[in-house]
Design a protein around this ligand. Sequence first.
Ligand SMILES: *Cc1c(COP(=O)(O)O)cnc(C)c1O
Length: 224
Amino acid sequence: MDKVALAERYQQVKATIPSHVKLIAVSKTRSVEEIQALYDLGHRAFGENYPQELRDKHPLLPADIEWHFIGHLQTNKVKYIAPFVHLVHTVDGPKVLDELQKRAHAAERMIDVLVQVNIAQEETKHGLDENEANALLSHWDVARWPLLRVRGLMGMATNSADMAQVAAEFHGLATFFRAMQASNQVDPAVFTEMSMGMSGDATTAIAAGSTMVRIGTAIFGERA
Ligand SMILES: *Cc1c(COP(=O)(O)O)cnc(C)c1O
């Protein structure tokens, strides 16, 4: 690993992120040494996609890392991350919420979540459509999920070079986010986060109102 190149890429990325936007360094497939090197540069928020990979890395790295879970989350994998995860970006329905509640209770902690909305023109992307997300938020059951807090929304744009399309998708999510905030379905003091933007589209996402960008390649280099 080239620590000088890592530091340069990190500073370059940071220079493009305004201070009100949180930078999450996506460290899926990266070694513990690479994550530690970015930690040593002062970075604390990391994102992982695979529950077992995160479970295995977590004890090998400093305890004050804020771990964001950004991959598809199956209910049978929740147990691997529930004791320590900072924010789950990819909630897509009541089943995973029930399991998160159960595991939060066992771990005697609260867990913050985002609802993932499918904004892309791609079959492969996960998440709820706006109607489903609206239904989930309007029927949010505090008695059923007392240890879960819904902090906002997450979305991934179509993987496309057509930045007008990407921008339209992010603006669509932002419009839905603001409609939810203005409704009485969420607590606007808690429902404050919009996780959108990756290496290829972070600038577009920030222009549309993102509060959290998830960046891997631009910091760590191409994944193997
Ligand atoms: C891998 C991944 C990222 C980071 O992608 P880069 O193009 O490497 O920045 C962001 N969000 C999610 C959900 C991912 O799976």
